[in-house]
Structures are given as structure tokens and as C-alpha cells.
Design a protein around this ligand. Structure first.
Ligand SMILES: [Zn+2]
Length: 375
């Protein structure tokens, strides 16, 4: 999935970004419209009109893609899910949603909202086309293409290969019928891979069969390749969730904790606890009260020459600045929290004391051990 990009503001509390690859597709679409589509469809327009309407159409096309993604995200928010961001990139838009939907009905509504919105937009643009085609031709030309592209977007996304919207609809139905999200995902993503391969072969065939469509062929093959990757990745994620299901933090947490005092220096912490004892779990406790934790990340953020001067109190992550897990929390929740907080480890609290730490490494070795045993 694309990372980073140019921020485009917040909508309903969701940051929207343009990935660098988006600029390529934006320029291509504008060029295709301004240099080919409008001059071919309306040969008597002047070049300024071709390009002006081309650029406006292109902007509205990407606004339509954004509305499609916002529709998915708004339904997710209404179901209590956290939407981290929406990114527009070369293959369209993607909503980064904190977790997978917990119920098939939620997934169904979330999935259908996007193509539904595209269909409504398509109808609106075609309405504008019919209303203006004898009066304001440039507007009607713009509206016709946008109507067509929004309907195509809806139809393409309804192809039943996971993780396309149609694949999500299919998965929600299979999931609802069987109650088993993993097998539903396996079926839907297998179809997703088949669709991906079909696009790749279709694209390659198009390149060789009809030379004038070589660009469309490459494009189709690229989308197929992207779809295949996404299908594999999504299935892995669900299989992983399934593997973590029913296991708790207490099974993997690091219990080898060395309580340290907030008044010792960073240098002492490194020498006496991290190097000598090999401890990676360092709760900071004063008068029996847990104050925070020290992680390798905390140590690294202190300049080497300041190690003898800085105290643990200054370098630690205070408890009120970090989320904590309980020993009975599920492992998928632990993984979720590590990702949400973007940290390598989190303290495990029981009452007011830190009884251990969970690091990404702990989760990885749990997963590796099970994968090697074929579980
Ligand atoms: Zn969608």
C-alpha cells in the first residue's frame, strides 16, 4: 500500500493524501482527455477548450474517486472503526482502516458504499449531460465522460475478486453463511487472484493482438498484477489474525523485567541492565509506583555524550504517554496496538504494576514457531 504523499486536508477527520504516483496518472488522464478524447469527440472546439475542459474533467474524476473512498470510510466510522487516512495513488484510492470489520453485515455495507456512490455520481453526471447537451456543450462533454467513468468505476470495483469491493461483498456473504471469515476470505481472494491473472493475460494478449491498444494492454496487466498482490496480502493478513485468535499476551510477553529507579543515569541503565543482564524489559519504579518504561528506542534518542548526565526520568516513556496491554488481552489486539501506536514494544500492566513487556519480536517468534510446526 502506498505510504506518505502530499497532504490534501482533512475530511470528516480523515487526512487525505496524494501519493507521488498519483501525479503520473493525473497527468496521463489530463493529457489523454485534452490531446485525444475531446479533440476527437468535438473537433470544432479550440485547443484551449480541449485542455481547459480536459483538466477540469480530470480534477472532477479524482474528486469522484475520493468520494468513493470517503463513502467506504464514512460507513466504517459509523460502525465505530477508525479510519487512519485516504490516499489517492496510481491505481485509484485506498482507505487505510484501523481494523477489519468484525461482522459480515458491516463489511457488506462498507464494501457496497463505494460502488453505490460511484453509480449515484454517474447518474448525476449523465443527468447534467442530458440537461446541457443542447445548451452548454463543453459542460455536457465533461459530464458525459464523468458519467461514463463513474459507472465504469462502479462496475470494475464490483468484480467479485477480493480485495476489490465486489470481492468484499462476496466475502461478507460467504462469511455470513458459513460464520468462518478465514475460509470466506480464502475463497474470495482465490477468485481475486484468478481475476488478477485474467487481467494480466488479457493485457498481454491485447498488446500483441492490437498494436494500437498496447498502452491499454500494459495498463490492464499492471492492474492485474496489483490485484494479485493485494489478494495474496489480504489473505495472509486474515490467516495471521486467525493464527493469533484465542491466544493471549501472557503467553508471549517478556517477563524478565528489571525494575530500575528513575534517578539512575542512562549510562548506568545501559551498562548494568541492558549489557550485563541482557534485559529488554525495564519498568521504572519509584516508591513502589510504576512511572514508565525504558526502551532501546528511548536510549537511542539520547545523544551518546549525554548518557552519563541524563537520568532515566528524563529519558523514559512515562506511563501516561504510552498505551498498555493486560495479560489477558488477545494477541491480535496486541499487534493492532503496536501498529496503531507505531512502537516496538508495549508494557503489560496488572493493576498498577508492570508485569512484562510485549515486543514485535515476541509476536514474530510466536508466529514463526507456529508456521514451522504447520499449525
Ligand atoms: Zn471501493
Amino acid at each position: 500500500m502506498p505510504q506518505g504523499g502530499v497532504p490534501l486536508g482533512n475530511y470528516f477527520g480523515i487526512p487525505v493524501r496524494l501519493h507521488w504516483s498519483w501525479f503520473i496518472i493525473f497527468i496521463l488522464v489530463t493529457w489523454m482527455l485534452g490531446a485525444y478524447y475531446f479533440p476527437d469527440s468535438y473537433p470544432y472546439w479550440n485547443r484551449a477548450t480541449d485542455w481547459g475542459i480536459g483538466a477540469a474533467t480530470s480534477v472532477l474524476f479524482f474528486a469522484s474517486v475520493l468520494l468513493h473512498e470517503l463513502a467506504h470510510s464514512r460507513v466504517a466510522q459509523a460502525a465505530g472503526m477508525q479510519v487512519k487516512s485516504i490516499t489517492l495513488f496510481i491505481f485509484g484510492g485506498v482507505s487505510q482502516i484501523g481494523q477489519e470489520p468484525g461482522k459480515p453485515a458491516v463489511e457488506f455495507r462498507m464494501a457496497i458504499a463505494g460502488p453505490g456512490t460511484s453509480l449515484v455520481l454517474g447518474a448525476i453526471f449523465w443527468g447534467i449531460f442530458f440537461a446541457t447537451r443542447h445548451s452548454v456543450e463543453p459542460l455536457s462533454g465533461l459530464a458525459y465522460w464523468l458519467g461514463y467513468i463513474n459507472v465504469s468505476l462502479a462496475v470494475f470495483n464490483l468484480v467479485p475478486g477480493f480485495p476489490l469491493d465486489g470481492g468484499r461483498v462476496l466475502r461478507s456473504i460467504l462469511w455470513w453463511r458459513s460464520g468462518n471469515v478465514r475460509s470466506a476470505t480464502r475463497t474470495a481472494s482465490t477468485i481475486g487472484r484468478a481475476v488478477g491473472f485474467l487481467f494480466i493475460f488479457g493485457g498481454i494478449a491485447l498488446i500483441f493482438l492490437n498494436r494500437s491498444y498496447w498502452l491499454n494492454g500494459i495498463w490492464l496487466a499492471l492492474i492485474g498484477w496489483f490485484l494479485d498482490n493485494a489478494a495474496v496480502g489480504s489473505y495472509r493478513q486474515v490467516a495471521l489474525q486467525d493464527m493469533l485468535q484465542g491466544h493471549t499476551v501472557s503467553e508471549v510477553m517478556n517477563r524478565d523485567c528489571q525494575v530500575i529507579s528513575p534517578s539512575i543515569t542512562v549510562e548506568q541503565t545501559v551498562n548494568d541492565y541492558i549489557l550485563k543482564l541482557g534485559s529488554r524489559c525495564l519498568p521504572v519504579v519509584e516508591d513502589g509506583r510504576a512511572l514508565g518504561i525504558v526502551t532501546l528506542h528511548n536510549i537511542k534518542s539520547v545523544a551518546r555524550e549525554l548518557w552519563p548526565k541524563k537520568t532515566v526520568r528524563e529519558a523514559m516513556t512515562p506511563l501516561d504517554k504510552t498505551r498498555a496491554l493486560g495479560p489477558n488481552d488477545g494477541l491480535s489486539m496486541a499487534m493492532q496496538l503496536l501498529n496503531d501506536e507505531d512502537v516496538n514494544q508495549l508494557p503489560v500492566m496488572e493493576g498498577n504494576s508492570i508485569i512484562g513487556m510485549v515486543a514485535r519480536d515476541n509476536l514474530l517468534s510466536f508466529i514463526h514457531a507456529r508456521a514451522e510446526l504447520g499449525m
